[in-house]
Design a protein around this ligand. Structure first.
Ligand SMILES: Cc1cc2nc3c(=O)[nH]c(=O)nc-3n(C[C@H](O)[C@H](O)[C@H](O)COP(=O)(O)OP(=O)(O)OC[C@H]3O[C@@H](n4cnc5c(N)ncnc54)[C@H](O)[C@@H]3O)c2cc1C
Length: 431
């Protein structure tokens, strides 16, 4: 049986791995020149580094299993990291009960209500009971306006921008549950691969090549059609190939374009109803540290970015020729004024705020900086999402869809890409 997988991100690679074990004839088409998708890296300070900050949580068992299976268990490290929270231009330690008590921007009563509600959220087992509420509707009456606007609202803005009020409480529930698995009394422990996640991507790719998966890189799939019982996959190089099964791992919008009339109206409608935010991430190489935190959430709504992630507070600077690596994370839609500004203008805007937070950090400390853009970076998970979620098996026989918005109620991530890839491969095998 010939299977075409469209997209060589971790979802596509995971599907390929399961199917090749069962002796399917697997081809993975990838439009860019390398595999890994959003886990792509660049060469910085003589070593590979993720374009987008990257870690896994303790609950990411499918990712850990893959790492073990590829023989990289020894390379998986779990450094302790500290989380900060910026409020009124000051960074507070955050994420532990003690740090909450020391957090000045909200009153003692608000802290108690906030803390109790985090516990309450963690104790909820059935997300369907809360998915009809937006996070805002559920949280405000329980923790109060001030704690909501000081803590949760900025976090929702940082991931969903202008769409923050549409986000379902089930999404936040999933996020809190996941994150708590990596928390200890002292802080968090997050998983990283020595030498960067490129080591994992390379091992994954080489494993698949070795087992007989065919990769067609630099090959964009333009259209998929069906004639009799065979799929015809049209490629950018004007060639086309025939397959028995097709799986698209592409975002909904591109999948609708590529799969066209192979989708029924209900499928098209469901997929078109889901919106995404894009990520514009700035990577800064500096000659000094910015703060002592790995992850700083931004709680001031006038600051035009969502997080400061100081990678070298998780992985030692020695790995980067002694330099500091900082990511400035920003999720946005095209309505955001920073959506299409140049990287120079973006830095100017960011530095206005960074130098207020840490006046000793100036342009002179920046050795180099880059901006990486990722469309379809985060699906917006709205209320009652379980009712509109698209199944992986599509109406057209032997056609499958396996992509980020189908991950629910957990937040999307490498682990769930791997997990959903396995699930779809099993569906194909069973069919
Ligand atoms: C800023 C940011 C930070 C993140 N941080 C983390 C983190 O710390 N930890 C974590 O676990 N997850 C993180 N994630 C999420 C994680 O990267 C994704 O969930 C996962 O990589 C998605 O994999 P995928 O294969 O589904 O999609 P993708 O990686 O997007 O793969 C899809 C592939 O399809 C290719 N493609 C597109 N169109 C075509 C076409 N027409 N023909 C052929 N190929 C095509 C693309 O080039 C791409 O390679 C982050 C994501 C972002 C954006």
């Amino acid at each position: 049986m010939k299977v075409a997988i469209i997209g060589a991100g971790y979802t596509g690679l995971s599907i390929g791995k399961e199917l090749i074990k069962k002796k399917y004839d697997v081809t993975i088409f990838e439009k860019s020149k390398n595999v890994g998708g959003m886990c792509d890296t660049v060469l910085i300070c003589g070593t590979h580094l993720e374009k987008y900050y990257r870690h896994i949580f303790k609950s990411d068992v499918d990712a850990v299993d893959l790492i073990k299976e590829l023989g990289l268990e020894e390379d998986l490290i779990w450094p302790g990291t500290k989380m900060g929270y910026l409020s009124n231009n000051k960074i507070y330690e955050f994420g532990t009960p003690i740090s909450l008590l020391k957090f000045k921007p909200i009153s003692f009563l608000d802290k108690i209500r906030f803390g109790l509600n985090v516990i309450r959220i963690k104790l909820i087992n059935d997300y369907k009971k809360i998915e009809k509420y937006t996070a805002e509707e559920w949280l405000k009456p329980r923790i109060g306006e001030r704690a909501y606007s000081k803590i949760w609202e900025p976090l929702l803005i940082s991931k969903f921008g202008e769409q923050k009020s549409e986000v379902s409480m089930a999404w936040l529930w999933g996020k809190i549950k996941l994150r708590s698995t990596s928390s200890t009394k002292e802080g968090e422990q997050l998983g990283y691969i020595k030498g960067s996640y490129q080591v994992l991507t390379d091992a994954f790719y080489n494993y698949l090549i070795d087992k007989g998966v065919r990769f067609e890189l630099n090959t964009e799939v333009k259209k998929v059609e069906k004639k009799d019982d065979e799929f015809i996959v049209d490629l950018n190089n004007k060639k086309s190939e025939k397959f028995d099964y097709v799986v698209s791992t592409l975002d909904y919008e591109t999948s609708v374009k590529v799969l066209g009339d192979l989708l029924c109206d209900a499928e098209k409608k469901r997929m078109s109803s889901v919106k995404y935010t894009s990520a514009r991430t700035m990577l800064i190489v500096a000659n000094k540290s910015f703060s002592r935190f790995y992850w700083t959430n931004i709680g001031d709504n006038d600051i035009p970015f969502g997080g400061i992630i100081e990678h070298t507070n998780m992985i030692k600077k020695d790995n980067y020729q002694g330099k500091t690596i900082i990511y400035i994370s920003n999720y946005m839609t095209e309505k955001n004024p920073l959506y299409d500004v140049t990287k120079e203008d973006m830095l100017k805007e960011y530095m206005k705020h960074l130098s207020k937070i840490n006046p000793e950090f100036t342009n002179d400390n920046i050795i180099e900086y880059h901006v990486y853009d990722q469309n379809y970076a985060q699906p917006i998970i709205t209320c009652n999402y379980s009712k509109i979620i698209q199944k992986t098996k599509l109406k057209t026989k032997n056609l499958y869809l396996c992509t980020m918005p189908q991950i629910y109620p957990e937040d999307r991530g490498m682990n769930y890409a791997i997990k959903m890839g396995k699930k779809v491969a099993n569906e194909i095998i069973k069919s």
